[in-house]
Ligand binder design. Sequence first.
Ligand SMILES: [Zn+2]
Length: 337
Amino acid sequence: MAYTNSPLATVKVLSPNHSGQRTHAIDTITIHCVVGQCSAKRIGEIFLPTKRQASSNYGIGYDGQIGLYVEEKNRSWCTSSNSNDQRAITIEVASDTTHPYAVTDKAYTALLDLVTDICKRNNIKKLVWSNNKSDRVNHVNGCNMTVHRDYADKSCPGEYLYSRHAAIAAEVNKRLNPAPVVATKLYYVQTGAYGVKANAIKQLNAVKAAGFDAILKKSGLLYKVQVGAYSVKANATAMAAKLKAAGFATYVTTSGGTVVAVEGSTTASDVIKVGDKVKCRPGVTTYSNGVKMPTWVQKSTLYVRQIESNGTIYLVSTLATGNSYTGRVKASDMYKI
Ligand SMILES: [Zn+2]
């Protein structure tokens, strides 16, 4: 297999400290702590002098920037073990200088992204961690995460990262093998579609006045007044009957459209707000700017982190908090979960 490097690395400071092409396929991840809250560039500079006799494939700065120092094809000098570093991608993460050698949230988030990317490109299907050193160094049961302290009298990667190895494996595995998305078909009960927004609002208010929880949606050029979103068609039909009995013409549709905020009228619970969880509608493959969306993002639960362009664009992230964003998506491509 041809070796590649991570496109997530934005800093490149190639170190002369390596053994040339590795003799073992990449099948292991070894995470280290730098013992210093430095930038990715600075970590690379530390590995520049040949007298240093040390390097790593990657480094992550305190700010989450990722540096490449030894190309993946080459064996880095990182873990005090020839056999480990022949097969491992080694990653130095900026950390505090004292126990438990904590890393910043930004560095940790970048670490998860980088390890996921390394696994994907090198066809590592699953990360397996063990708290048992013998399992790790002997790669028992597919164990493919090792730590520096396995090979040298060191505390590396520090308690903070060491104790998170199981969590790192779990999160990366979730990203590598996302649960299949069951395409949920939703049935909406429509009580009118209007080209003129004001007419739609008039109908919306009439339906609401009759005691129904109606919302206004935009689909194409039309403003639609809808009641409910039902996963079971019979429930939609039952609601349609109730509306009909109240004197409203109804139509059950699976085309939802985008919720339009109507001041003082829209039901708050139906309006997407920051923090809400959404998913891509089936068939959505790109971000709002047309760039291809990775398959795992298409299948992920996304958190709406910011609502933009008058409600038509969401800035989303696969994380509920933090400063990591996945991208911008069209509101009409998403559905609330
Ligand atoms: Zn180390």
